[in-house]
Design a protein around this ligand. Structure first.
Ligand SMILES: [Zn+2]
Ligand SMILES: [Zn+2]
Length: 263
């Protein structure tokens, strides 16, 4: 178990930094989708969010692993009651954590108190791979941490499944926010089951009709099943939120405090 502890607490951070470095470089070389004013500054503010999250997560990752081990030791959850092959447990497990996270995400749009934290992620008016970092640390801990523990308790998942989920979800999320051009055919093929970058960009539209759609990080299937799937060409998306349109509201310091303001 110690190797997994190590992987969950530390290695994922290396993976995240590696992925951002790759995508950030690709965004410099390849034909990007949207024009960008000040990429360096944008990255810096997003990085500060990651730095705060990293420190908070050193504590929270330990608590999460402890909770998951307790649930496993007491054999709590659906998969302890039924016999299915190990590979199927892994695939279903990742899909079920994604489904639980889908509902946490949907709730974050529906409940004003949660939306105050979640809108920090939606406030970005110019998106690139570093937007992946840009989430309020309180939200990330409450949402991903608790969604994972809840899914483990309901479905009887182990730490390997949780580790696999975080690896896959990170890969998806960095690609989903990247400022790279992805073809429409990807949406019509892979997009029948999986969330494509174009689909997640629609989720970042200022128009609330589209903001409240495409909640799933990995399997867009959940949006199709639960009736929240929407589509429009990515070129027509206008990123951000009306109340955060001013330049001064795009800084780390403003955004970190923004859940506690009246605006
Ligand atoms: Zn959202
Ligand atoms: Zn996003």
């Amino acid at each position: 178990m110690e190797t997994i502890d190590y992987l969950l607490a530390i290695d994922l951070n290396y993976i995240v930094i590696g992925l951002i470095a790759v995508f950030f470089t690709l965004e410099q070389i390849l034909n990007t989708q949207f024009s960008f004013k000040n990429r360096g500054m944008h990255m810096w503010h997003a990085f500060l969010f990651q730095a705060v999250f990293f420190i908070a997560n050193l504590f929270y990752a330990t608590v999460s692993v402890f909770a998951i081990e307790w649930l496993n030791d007491n054999q709590i959850g659906l998969f302890y009651l039924i016999e299915i092959p190990v590979w199927m447990k892994l695939v279903l497990g990742v899909a079920l954590i994604d489904m639980t996270s889908y509902w946490f995400h949907r709730l974050s749009h529906a409940l004003p108190i949660l939306w105050r934290f979640h809108r920090v992620h939606h406030s970005d008016t110019t998106m690139d791979s570093s937007t992946y970092f840009r989430s309020h640390p309180i939200e990330v801990l409450l949402w991903f941490g608790n969604a994972t523990i809840l899914a483990v308790g309901l479905f009887g998942l182990d730490l390997i499944t949780v580790g696999l989920f975080f690896f896959v979800v990170t890969l998806f999320q960095v690609a989903e926010h990247s400022n790279l051009r992805f073809p429409d055919w990807l949406d019509k093929t892979v997009g029948l089951v999986f969330t494509t970058p174009n689909m997640h960009k629609i989720h970042h539209d200022q128009d609330q009709y589209y903001t409240d759609s495409n909640y799933a990080d990995i399997f867009i299937l959940w949006d199709r099943i639960f009736g929240t799937y929407k589509y429009k060409p990515a070129e027509q998306v206008k990123f951000g939120l009306k109340e955060f349109d001013e330049e001064r509201k795009q800084t780390f310091w403003y955004l970190l405090r923004s859940p506690f303001f009246k605006n």
